[in-house]
Design a protein around this ligand. Structure first.
Ligand SMILES: Cc1cc2nc3c(=O)[nH]c(=O)nc-3n(C[C@H](O)[C@H](O)[C@H](O)COP(=O)(O)OP(=O)(O)OC[C@H]3O[C@@H](n4cnc5c(N)ncnc54)[C@H](O)[C@@H]3O)c2cc1C
Length: 452
């Protein structure tokens, strides 16, 4: 099995040649910092509003090489979170948000079609399966909502015949993509439309809307900060997110196993854990299996075990075979991971920075492929001075705070360990220890919503 910092998707897509770093000072209307989905969709929506805008995008590494190009490729809306969104934002606010997020799922497919980008976009419902005792009680409220259908064991196993599955939910709005193809496609279309993109151009400071790299500056009227898990490097965002990680293993092509499972509809599947498993197939018959149980990072630090954690990968590999015993003896070819920007509500936020000349989006909590399109719309609208429509969605505004370091990483790591222990016990049919249960329940008791 090859441990691979960038993941299979980027290799499969064939990364384009890097673009030159920023070498001289330039003026722009908008500087976009970060070339993941959020930054690139922001630039796209800006151009849709005004094709003449001078946009400079600065990417610290290469566009699409971060989580955007190596995730599971689940394109999700926020449908399942509707009951929680009603509690947080009222019925109208919650419904508006779900409608906008669902529209983004379709809009990404329409964009690929219109722009001739073959990102393997495949519209298919998202299945949330019960794969261990206790998971069937988690989504009872969501099961009664619009766009969600409850499934019994036979119905779930008709879609994917794992012996662990005892029921679940079908969420209608959903799709899968090859994320690196989508990222590289976006980058190419932005270049076609005149966006000036500089790679290997890490922004070291942002003063109002003046972004400085080690070698030069972009002086803009307004800035968009879309740096994902690195957001905590900005003083004003330091206490707004925690960073954890998620890891993926990918099998060799096993079309015979996929066929025997009856998993031929291309459905993205996740289970009912908090530190969830997520699984999907690829067009060449591989099974991708991810686990969101990676460790917590200190502050905004990424790299190291956030990118590749052999222990987490070993666990994901073992769980893959538990889900699909027919894979015993079949090769897992690739494994990789990446950091996840986690917000206290598990919802993304689009937030003005203190002097009002810049806006940032972060906190996707492992669910950014679809919502980054929506956040990009909101960021573009805010950069253009709009205050209504998408600029007034309830995720726009100051994000809630998390405790400061070192309490944050200590607390989050303890809660993570408790969740891992509790969910492992539930999976094995054991009763979790009272300590694990108590710690795992801390976020809810603090009013933090694990939005699902
Ligand atoms: C293993 C894994 C699996 C996942 N699976 C899914 C999934 O199936 N579905 C889903 O919806 N979400 C998933 N996610 C989450 C999803 O990938 C993210 O939510 C989404 O890509 C967020 O995009 P972004 O543009 O905000 O951030 P990123 O993709 O992190 O992009 C931020 C960019 O900013 C750059 N940057 C950072 N600092 C600077 C700086 N100072 N100057 C310039 N550039 C900078 C980075 O290099 C990076 O390219 C997964 C994530 C991981 C790690």
């Amino acid at each position: 099995m090859q441990h691979d910092a960038h993941g299979w998707w980027i290799a499969e897509a064939g990364a384009p040649a890097p673009l030159p770093a920023l070498r001289t000072d330039v003026d722009a209307d908008v500087v976009v910092i970060g070339g993941g989905f959020t930054g690139m969709w922001s630039a796209w929506h800006l151009l849709e509003a005004d094709p003449d805008l001078r946009i400079v995008l600065l990417e610290g590494d290469r566009c699409g090489f971060g989580p955007s190009g190596r995730n599971g490729g689940f394109v999700q809306a926020m449908t399942l979170s509707r009951p929680t969104l009603h509690e947080l934002f009222g019925a109208r606010g919650g419904d508006d948000l779900v409608a906008a997020a669902e529209a983004s799922v379709g809009a990404i497919g329409a964009w690929c079609e219109a722009e001739g980008v073959d990102a393997w976009y495949h519209a298919a419902p998202h299945l949330i399966v019960h794969a261990a005792p206790g998971q069937d009680t988690k989504f009872v409220r969501a099961a009664e909502g619009e766009g969600v259908v409850a499934l019994d064991a036979a119905q779930v196993r008709a879609r994917c015949d794992s012996p662990l599955f005892t029921g679940g939910l079908e969420v209608k709005a959903g799709a899968t993509v090859q994320p690196a193809r989508l990222g590289f496609g976006l980058r190419a279309r932005l270049l076609d439309r005149g966006v000036r993109i500089h790679e290997h151009s890490r922004v070291r400071s942002l003063d109002g809307a003046v972004a400085a790299t080690d070698t030069a500056r972009v002086r803009a009227r307004t800035a968009i900060v879309a740096v994902g898990p690195a957001s905590g490097a900005l003083r004003s965002l330091r206490n707004r997110l925690t960073v954890s990680s998620s890891h993926i293993v990918l099998t060799e092509p096993v079309p015979d196993v996929v066929e025997a499972l009856g998993w031929t509809g291309g459905e993205a599947i996740s289970d009912g854990r908090t530190l969830l498993h997520y699984l999907r197939t690829t067009p060449d018959g591989r099974i991708l299996f991810g686990w969101a149980g990676g460790r917590m990072a200190i502050g905004a630090r990424t790299g190291g075990r956030m990118e590749v954690d052999p222990e987490v990968i070993a666990r994901a590999k073992a769980d893959l075979v538990r889900f699909f015993p027919a894979l015993a003896g079949r090769r897992v070819e690739r494994a990789w991971g990446g950091p996840i920007d986690v917000s206290p509500t598990h919802l993304p936020f689009v937030m003005p920075l203190p002097d009002g000349r810049a806006h940032a989006a972060f906190g996707f909590t492992g669910n950014g492929v679809g919502p980054s399109h929506l956040a990009g719309r909101a960021l573009a609208a805010l950069a253009l001075g709009q205050t209504e429509g998408v600029a007034a969605l309830p995720i726009v505004g100051p994000a809630p705070k998390v405790p400061p370091e070192p309490f944050r990483v200590m607390g989050a790591a303890a809660i993570r360990r408790a969740l891992v222990a509790k969910e492992a016990a539930e999976q094995d049919g054991r009763t979790p220890s009272p300590v694990a249960r108590a710690l795992a329940g801390v976020p809810a008791r603090m009013g933090m919503h694990i939005v699902r």
